[in-house]
Design a protein around this ligand. Structure first.
Ligand SMILES: Nc1nc2c(ncn2[C@@H]2O[C@H](COP(=O)(O)OP(=O)(O)OP(=O)(O)O)[C@@H](O)[C@H]2O)c(=O)[nH]1
Ligand SMILES: [Mg+2]
Length: 445
């Protein structure tokens, strides 16, 4: 199977640089190292400096003189013997080192495979493995800090605590079913009644944090829409601080989507300026309007720009009601210098405004983004599992109200615990429950 292979890859970016790191991991790592450095013994986690060769029998095949370290499995990132070469960052040297590793039994690593090994070898759970990816891909200090928190095991700790509570309860119920004299059934129902709402609150906190983490890692997509000439491109340019979109007083100037990014308090906002929407548009403009619709569909929030009209008719005129009704909206009245404050809009702006801070605050408010975050989930897989976990707990609450019997509750409690296992990447729910039964309850000695 692939996880038993010895793999090799460059860990640093593939460019000419001062130092490039090549990592080899797997059961042949040490053997490969011995051949390449022409040695027979090496101490784990000690830096070595010396020649690295293409052919163990030929000292004329020197590739580089550089640092290298051997990590025994217990102390390696992947949980397997690992070698790291810290080479002079020449493309030729890196290529030769990798080719030599391949010649001596390694194969090229696939994306994320070192972390996959770490997971399979029990060095980290799935949530943490995903966080490694997030740390590497983070584009703002805030998203990096968030990922480091997750990597530090904050999520894992919370999930394990929830799982512990559920497993203990399941074990008690299991014992009660077989040995009714051991625990009182009404006590167990009461314990369930107290535990489940607490878990729901905790899981929902994670759900909120996860929504925020989605914004942290994927950015927030903001569509700017409105009738022609309302000032959409002027607003985009003002946000970006550059003349990116063409601005004229001719209605229908923008036809293609013009986009730009701005970091606001650690989150990347992606703004999309769109073609002004009107009914009597020409052929090209119509295509632009279709694109505006698509942008609205994929946006996290929509800025609807109006000038004089009142809010209701303004939105109506755009003919996008269906598309935008389930999305957070900010209605912006433009050209305040000409028309004054429009009280039916959320905010009135003018191109002469000193800054757009009021708008930026509104964006944060409408998306319920807080200024700090606790560990949450980012991947769709994790967020789906979290939703499933909450739904299962909520259905236990319904069952409790219907006075459903303990044995039925137990099935759902175990189901909830198994979902947490999936989040953690474990498969040990039943084992854990039985361990609890035998260690805590001394039943059937
Ligand atoms: N007085 C005044 N004029 C503005 C303001 N904002 C934009 N304009 C002017 O309004 C005209 C249209 O602005 P644009 O930003 O191109 O409008 P748009 O919504 O992108 O228009 P289309 O691309 O045609 O849909 C330009 O002449 C701008 O200078 C404002 O706050 N005050
Ligand atoms: Mg425009």
């Amino acid at each position: 199977m692939f996880i038993f292979d010895t793999i090799v890859a460059e860990c640093t970016a593939p460019y000419k640089s001062a130092v490039s790191i090549v990592r080899v991991s797997g059961k042949y790592a040490k053997k490969i190292l011995f051949k390449m450095v022409r040695k027979k013994d090496i101490e784990s986690r000690m830096a070595n400096y010396g020649g690295i060769y293409m052919d163990k029998n030929d000292k004329h095949t020197l590739i580089d003189r550089a640092l290298y370290i051997f990590f025994d499995g217990e102390h390696a990132y992947c949980g397997e013997d690992t070698v790291e070469f810290y080479l002079h960052g020449s493309r030729i040297i890196v290529d030769q080192v990798i080719k030599t590793c391949l010649k001596y039994g390694a194969r090229l690593a696939k994306g994320g495979e070192f972390s996959a090994k770490a997971y399979y070898n029990g060095k980290m759970n799935l949530t943490e493995a995903e966080a490694v990816n997030q740390v590497v891909n983070a584009r703002t200090i805030r998203s990096k800090d968030f990922a480091i928190k997750t990597l530090g095991g904050e999520n894992t700790k919370d999930l394990l605590k929830m799982k512990e509570g559920l497993n203990l309860l399941a074990a008690q119920i299991e014992v009660n079913i077989d040995y009714p004299e051991f625990d009182d059934e009404t006590d167990l129902i009461e314990t369930t009644r107290q535990l489940v709402p607490k878990l729901i609150i905790k899981a929902k906190e994670k759900q909120t944090n996860s929504q925020q983490s989605k914004y942290l890692f994927n950015g927030v997509r903001v569509a700017i829409i409105g009738e022609p000439n309302v000032g959409k491109s002027t607003l985009l340019n003002k946000i970006l601080g550059e003349d990116k979109a063409i601005v004229t007083n001719i209605p229908g100037t923008t036809r293609d989507i013009v986009e730009g990014e701005k970091e606001l308090n650690g989150i990347i906002f992606k703004f999309f300026d769109t073609a002004g929407i009107r009914n009597d548009a020409g052929e090209i403009e119509k295509i632009g309007i279709e694109k505006s619709r698509e942008i609205c569909q994929r946006a996290d929030i929509i800025l609807v720009l109006l000038n004089q009209e009142n809010k209701a008719t303004g939105i109506e005129n755009l003919g996008l009601k269906k598309l935008i009704e389930n999305k957070p909206l900010i209605v912006i009245a433009t050209k305040k210098d000409l028309y004054g404050n429009n009280t039916s809009a959320d905010i009135s702006i003018s191109k002469e405004d000193e800054n757009l801070n009021e708008l930026y605050h509104l964006l944060y408010d409408k998306l319920s983004i807080s200024n700090h975050e606790d560990a949450g989930f980012v991947s769709v897989r994790d967020i789906d599992l979290l939703d499933k976990f909450i739904a299962t707990l909520e259905s236990i609450e319904v069952d409790l109200r219907k006075h459903i019997t303990l044995d039925v509750l137990e099935i759902k409690i175990i189901e909830a615990s198994k979902i947490l296992d999936e989040l953690l990447g474990n498969t040990s729910t039943m084992e854990d429950i039985y361990t609890k039964i035998f260690s805590n309850f001394c039943v059937g000695k």
